[in-house]
Design a protein around this ligand. Structure first.
Ligand SMILES: *[C@@H]1O[C@H](CO)[C@@H](O)[C@H](O)[C@H]1NC(C)=O
Ligand SMILES: *[C@@H]1O[C@H](CO)[C@@H](O)[C@H](O)[C@H]1NC(C)=O
Ligand SMILES: *[C@@H]1O[C@H](CO)[C@@H](O)[C@H](O)[C@H]1NC(C)=O
Length: 434
């Protein structure tokens, strides 16, 4: 995105309005507060059953329509926008806020009982018909330290229990073998506080917690999976919350116990950074999407106040197989991050709901994603199979009895405004037909 940054500077110089730059910087600093403005506001009751997703991707709203899933084409279209801008015309007229929405079929969504609390950057694990929803921010100044449990069979929130005091509250790496749930590192506390390397395991049958050897270095939102008898952890952000980590570690585990004393160093991931989907299919390990860079604590702030920093979102797909060399597969239809628990595997494909894409090239605002993506794991091709009720990031996604469910995250400001607003606990489902 250096092209746009460079161009922006050029425009400012040309107009001679140096104060615009100052305003821009102030604006960027304000976005952090802005995006959280109503995160603690009350929630509408979950009485709206069987509502049909509103058609938020309005065709008329965008002059730049991206008709096909093709990164080369998207790049070219963005370039042409920059050219228009260079002629000194009002850029806002040529690139709507919703330009990043992809055409997608409507799905019929049914609203289910909301989670007991709203949460952002929490985590979720599905074990059969039970959905364990961990931690997360309630608001930027408040983090949860418990687990809520949803029963997909009777569609009720059925249980709640505490997490260990030393466990991180957001940006966790989570994975399960079907009974034991491993919870790796993450951010400890609200705002943009530091991470912990502490790592835990939950026996979902006895509800007993145990600790595991800590990660060699703490990470925010590392990609985490069980593969060939080992717990693999890679990428994420380093201690300052912003710098991408490339390191990849693993430790042998069985039935909730580490079989080794220390983590082993594995082949580093080609691109580091947090908020990626990571899954195993046919004995191969996949890492999808994510970003480099993230909000950081404001220097000297006693409450570690979050302030926005440069970040770049990716749609990259990487795979490890027998060769133990990372292979690059076709990228997502658009860059997508905040999808670490937003996926399920159904019928030889991975389904991903929502996320965040690259910031708006002119306004620099964060843009949420409202599509449902499918990656066909046999043909290695992507498609856009539907729309969520709204754009939303960091959803927690499950699949049961033909229904695709999602809950929690931070949703958009409305059909015409893809910027983040309210942190929610809403739960929705749609019947999936692949
Ligand atoms: C994307 O579009 C470009 C230009 O039209 C074309 O050369 C390329 O093959 C396309 N890529 C895919 C994956 O369809
Ligand atoms: C989930 O719901 C089913 C159907 O009502 C019930 O049989 C089962 O015991 C429930 N499980 C839990 C853990 O509540
Ligand atoms: C998955 O495949 C099975 C068998 O072909 C089919 O019955 C089922 O409907 C498929 N699931 C979805 C969600 O399309």
């Amino acid at each position: 995105m250096a092209r746009f940054d460079h161009h922006k500077q050029h425009t400012y110089t040309k107009t001679g309005c140096w104060f615009l730059c100052v305003l821009g910087l102030l604006g960027a600093a304000l976005i952090a507060d802005f995006m959280w403005a109503s995160s603690s506001s009350s929630f509408s009751s979950s009485s709206a059953h069987l509502s049909v997703a509103s058609n938020w991707a309005l065709e008329k709203s965008g002059v730049v329509v991206i008709p096909h899933v093709n990164a080369t084409k998207i790049d070219r279209q963005r370039k042409s926008v920059a050219v228009i801008d260079k002629k000194g015309q009002d850029a806002e007229r040529f690139l709507s806020a919703t330009f990043a929405d992809l055409p997608a079929p409507d799905l019929e969504w049914e609203q289910m009982p909301s989670a007991p609390v709203p949460r952002l950057d929490g985590a979720a694990i599905q074990i059969k018909n039970l959905f364990y929803v961990f931690a997360g921010y309630g608001s930027l100044d408040y983090v949860h330290s418990h687990v809520d449990v949803y029963n997909f069979t009777d569609n009720k929130w059925v249980d709640r229990f505490d997490m260990p005091k030393d466990m991180a509250h957001s940006h966790l790496g989570v994975v399960s073998d079907g009974r034991y749930i491993y919870i790796v590192s993450g951010q400890y506390g609200p705002q943009c506080r530091g991470p912990t390397s502490r790592t835990f395991v939950l026996d979902s049958e006895t509800r007993k917690w145990d600790s595991m050897p800590p990660l060699p270095s703490p990470r925010y939102s590392p990609a985490t999976q069980l593969w060939r008898g080992r717990l693999h952890v890679m990428g994420g952000s380093k201690e300052n919350r912003h710098t991408p980590g490339l390191e990849h570690w693993s430790i042998a585990v069985k039935d909730g116990k580490a079989l080794e004393k220390a983590w082993r160093t594995e082949i580093p991931i080609p691109r580091g950074g947090p908020h990626r989907a990571c899954f195993v299919f046919n004995d191969r390990l996949f890492v999808v999407g994510g970003q480099e860079g993230d909000f950081m604590a404001k220097p000297g702030s006693p409450i570690f106040k979050c302030s926005r920093r440069h970040e770049v979102v990716y749609g990259d797909v990487y795979m490890l197989d027998d060769e133990m060399k990372w292979k690059v597969l076709p990228p997502m239809p658009k860059p997508n991050s905040h999808i670490e628990c937003a996926w399920v595997i159904v019928n030889n494909s991975i389904i991903i709901t929502g996320g965040t894409t690259e910031k708006h090239p002119m306004t620099k605002r964060m843009i949420l994603v409202g599509e449902v993506f499918q990656f066909h794991l046999d043909s290695l091709t992507w498609s856009v199979i539907g729309k969520l009720p709204y754009r939303i990031k960091t959803t927690l996604t499950g699949f049961w009895d033909g229904w695709l469910y999602f809950t929690s995250g931070q949703r958009d400001r409305g059909p015409e405004n893809p910027q983040p607003r309210k942190v929610i606990g809403e739960m929705w489902r749609t019947k999936l037909h692949l």
